[in-house]
Design a protein around this ligand. Structure first.
Ligand SMILES: [Zn+2]
Length: 188
């Protein structure tokens, strides 16, 4: 299996799977969410448009739509299908990353993306955000980030605990998986 150390793995996520799109961005992956494209799209077949972007930008398509899975395979687009009754988000993300050949989420290398617009988050000094965030958050948080695209300010607040937990669980899933694939290789 080819493993990718950086964020060269890119995704395009079908509508209805907004939660997955947001999480992939939080984990640092360049992720297009189909619903954001729909707004400005006025062509005939939206599915064809998604497939074209996947091909041109070498993005892995994540979808729940069986029809588009078949078409993606036909065009040689790498596609990961999500079952209707998906398990918890960690298991789902773990499956996606393993199937994508990812060994570490890019967040391990300090890449964070805006869950709303996919822009890269850059650190911003605490003194520069005093008037931009709630006072309580400003007092308690130490690390702040600004989206290079939409300008939204983020900080490592209480929600970061949940994110850290997900990242930790995913790292465990991925390292277990790479142990297995090393053993499989030694067997062969
Ligand atoms: Zn943004």
């Amino acid at each position: 299996m080819v493993t990718h150390m950086t964020s060269e793995v890119k995704f395009i996520v079908d509508e209805m799977l907004g939660n997955i799109a947001r999480w992939l961005r939080i984990l640092g992956f360049d992720t297009i969410y189909a619903r954001d494209l729909r707004v400005s799209y006025n062509g005939k077949s939206f599915d064809t448009y998604l497939l074209r972007i996947a091909i041109l930008e070498k993005r892995i398509l994540i979808t729940r739509d069986k029809e588009i899975v078949q078409r993606a395979k036909h065009y040689g687009v790498k596609v990961i299908s999500i079952l209707q009754n998906s398990k918890d988000i960690v298991t789902t993300l773990g499956d996606i990353l393993i199937k994508s050949g990812v060994s570490h989420p890019p967040v391990n290398y300090g890449i964070l993306r805006c869950p709303i617009c996919n822009g890269i988050l850059r650190p911003i000094a605490k003194e520069n955000v005093k008037t931009l965030v709630p006072e309580k958050s400003w007092r308690f948080a130490e690390e702040f980030f600004k989206c290079s695209n939409c300008g939204k300010i983020y900080w490592k607040g209480s929600h970061w605990r949940k994110i850290s937990k997900v990242i930790k669980s995913l790292s465990e899933i991925l390292s277990k998986n790479s142990d297995h694939s090393i053993k499989d290789k030694q067997k062969n």
